[in-house]
Design a protein around this ligand. Structure first.
Ligand code: NAD
Ligand code: MG
Length: 408
């Protein structure tokens, strides 16, 4: 598809996971900065009803749906409307288009392990990779980092906590141990989710709707449930280890229910730097799109005079056993992250469809991690996917054993 001269001057963005929450926020930021960015690729799983208006509005060079039948339906609509967008189907196509000419920036915002291959492909292709898909780092942080080093790709964190830490670092040097920068500790803030104060005895009966009703952030279902169990914070600790080259014991989780401070960095000279703002993902997205410059994100700055009572507390690992499991996996290293992530994805999915109680999510993960396994290795993508598949099978067995639907 031929591009005009002014379009070519804009950076081409591939938005992977365009039909999701981060995808929508990314398109919103791009819409505010059309002089700098254009949408080169839209990719998602199967939601033609959401993707089709996006294709009409953005007319990208390529649109990809992982589900082949959905891709065919989208192709019919594109052809009827006489648009020049090329429509492709399947996971392989998503991995291929991130390396295509005209793609400068890849927003990796497919949720879960499903985003690993495309995130890795973007790192291999030497793109600026905006990393929302934290599960890719939890599963295969070593591979993603090595691919970026080989290709010269820049990995920029979208997760608000990691983006905040990035902003508080003296200068960003991929692969540099933060210890060499005079950093003592990374302080990762956590809202505590919707069940921070709820009576523990009542947690067995929470519904998916309650678990997804986050007090501060509006997000996709899977990360919302992860926030409710605080598995999300555990995944983020592992993500931070890979992103910033830091050992798990130099990271503290700080429960901060107001979500005003998005994370902090404590230096050896007694300084602690923080990034503050509204709970709106458009801020980290705009930051990573334009870094080291700054662009409009459509987000107001904080009104300090309206802030009341910022609180901080230690996480309660008895109330949130999933966080304890993730910290254990972070210390174990190796394939523990991939196995933890796989078991959690299976358990969360079972909870969302009403097959598993909320309080059974952590026991499923615990049972999988406690089972000895020789499947897989960390040296290759295939090795990691083998560990992922084996852990999923074990988790499915555990779901069968613990299955007890939530009362309607
Ligand atoms: P979401 O559920 O709203 O959207 C997920 C997207 O992934 C959708 O576009 C969906 O079509 C796509 N997808 C799912 N499976 C796919 C597959 N097999 N192939 C292709 N596409 C597939 O999720 P979200 O909240 O936007 O989160 C996306 C990622 O960003 C997650 O990894 C999450 O942890 C991370 N993240 C999200 C937020 C947030 O505020 N939403 C904050 C920090 C990090
Ligand atoms: Mg986060």
């Amino acid at each position: 598809m031929a591009r005009t001269q002014s379009e070519s001057a804009c950076a081409g963005v591939a938005v992977l996971g365009s039909t999701g929450s981060i995808g929508a926020s990314t398109l919103d930021v791009i819409a505010r900065n059309r002089d700098r960015y254009r949408v080169a690729v839209l990719a998602a799983r199967s939601r033609v009803d959401v993707m089709w208006p996006q294709v009409q509005a953005w007319q990208p060079e390529r649109a990809v749906l992982e589900d082949p039948a959905a891709a065919e339906e989208l192709a019919r609509r594109v052809s009827r409307a006489g648009l020049a967008t090329e429509v492709l189907g399947g996971e392989r196509a998503i991995c291929e288009v991130v390396g295509a000419e005209g793609v400068d920036i890849v927003m990796a915002a497919i949720v879960g392990a499903a985003g690993l291959r495309s995130t890795l492909a973007a790192a291999e292709a030497g793109r600026r990779v905006l990393l929302a898909n934290k599960e890719a780092l939890v599963m295969a942080g070593g591979l993603v980092r090595a691919a970026a080093t080989r290709s010269g790709a820049t990995l920029l964190p979208i997760d608000s906590e990691h983006n905040a830490i990035f902003q508080c670092l003296p200068h960003f040097q991929q692969g540099v141990d933060v210890g060499t920068l005079g950093i003592e500790r990374l302080l990762l803030t956590a809202s505590g989710g919707p069940f921070l104060r709820r009576a523990p005895a009542s947690l067995a009966d929470v519904t998916p709707a309650e678990a997804c009703d986050h007090p501060n952030w509006s997000m996709g279902q899977k990360i919302s449930v992860d926030s409710a169990t605080m598995m999300n914070k555990g995944l983020e600790v592992i993500e931070a280890c890979w992103l910033f080259g830091v050992d798990v014991d130099r990271i503290d989780v700080v429960v901060h229910p107001q979500s005003v401070i998005h994370s902090l960095v404590r230096y050896v000279d007694g300084s602690t730097l923080a990034e503050l703002g509204h709970a709106d993902m458009r801020t980290p997205i705009a930051h990573a799109l334009a870094w080291p410059e700054r662009i409009d994100a459509g987000v107001q700055g904080l009104d300090l005079f309206s802030l009341r009572g910022l609180e901080f507390e230690r996480p309660d690992l008895e109330r949130f056993p999933a966080l304890a499991l993730a910290l254990e996996a972070a210390r174990s290293g190796g394939l523990a992250g991939a196995r933890l992530n796989a078991a959690n994805e299976v358990a969360v999915e079972a909870f969302l469809v009403g097959r598993l109680r909320f309080t059974a999510i952590a026991p499923v993960v615990e049972a999988v991690l406690a089972t000895e396994s020789t499947d897989g290795d960390t040296a290759s993508l295939e090795g990691i996917l083998a560990a992922d598949a084996a852990a999923r099978a074990l988790a499915a067995e555990q779901v069968g054993r613990l299955a007890a639907p939530v009362a309607p």
